[in-house]
Design a protein around this ligand. Sequence first.
Ligand SMILES: [Zn+2]
Length: 400
Amino acid sequence: MSSRKLITAARVVTGPGGRCVEDGAVLTDGDTVVAAGRRAEVEALADGRDERIALPGTTVLPGLVDAHVHLVFDAGTDPVGTLEGQDDQGLLAVMRERAARLVASGVTTVRDLGDRGRLTLRLREEIESGAVPGPRIVAATTPVTPKGGHCWFLGGEVGSERELRDLVRRNAELGADVIKVMATGGALTRGGPATWQAQFGAAELAVVVEEARGAGLPVAAHAHGTAGIEAAVTAGVDTLEHCTWMTEDGNDLRADVLDAIVERGIRVCPTVSPHWRMLPTVFGAERAERLFGQVRTMAERGVRFIAGTDAGVQRAGFGGLRQSLTFFEHIGMPAPRVLDMATTEAADALGAGGRAGVLAPGRPADLIAVSGDPRAGLEALTDLRFVMSRGELIPPQRAV
Ligand SMILES: [Zn+2]
């Protein structure tokens, strides 16, 4: 029996910048795209045995990429406490459920930026073998942090340069796709350095980068504080996570550091909660507006963003990427550019560029369909109508 599927839709977004074909179609064979483009041309490649899936009134686009998740955290009020109460077997079981929720929400690739016991590698293998549903996982495994530093409880504490090099090598040898380093403190870690404080100097971060490069892996730096951001940029990391420009008494978006980020093509993942509309209530209107304004400034200066939700931390559930993206439209970014952040740009930054983010011959059969045209307004992402992951149909998440 043929495993080919012909999907037709009002339009198909095939590539960056909202490149799109009206009255389009996608032909898949197993887990791979055979053709994507004008319906008449794609249909001509199909035959009577191919399964036909008509999605009138929808836009088909590449499956979404959430570039910052933590499958080990539960998105509850105390993710660290919950994690501490779970053994690896129990943890792996709930990670499977979170992966299933992600893919049902249209997220067909995730970058997991820190787990415990390298459990994401086991889950990645289960998903790749087809045993359980879930997105493609680009895994950081054990995040690098100083003794008692941010997320020390995930098992990645290093006290010397030797330990630092050893951890990066061990992660790489065991199958990590990216190295995560905690350049600053973080709110999740009680008793650790303050969120704005740098945990490593530029020289130590450069050692992380050197070891990662040796293993052919990119480096993602968790960096809230301005000092840590500057150190990470100097060290030559590939992506900056959060990038909130915090100082002891506020925020300091440094123009010179921002210029270096743009010049070096460092991608920024300004993790945005699906519930970003609550931020003025949680943080106060003034602080929220300052944070929003910083993201707007970075966008205006030409920073290349990738989309991420920090799923797993407080208030960031699995499957909220589509709501999170509406934030960027709110601060004035054109919808096609926001869609790029969650497809082509993100896949490229994750090193998954050859595999995901684009609908073209030979690319993975990872795609979604939503009502209406999201290029004209991201509200259209709300109504998810169809999800295909590795050529398999996944019942889409209805409620958001
Ligand atoms: Zn994170």
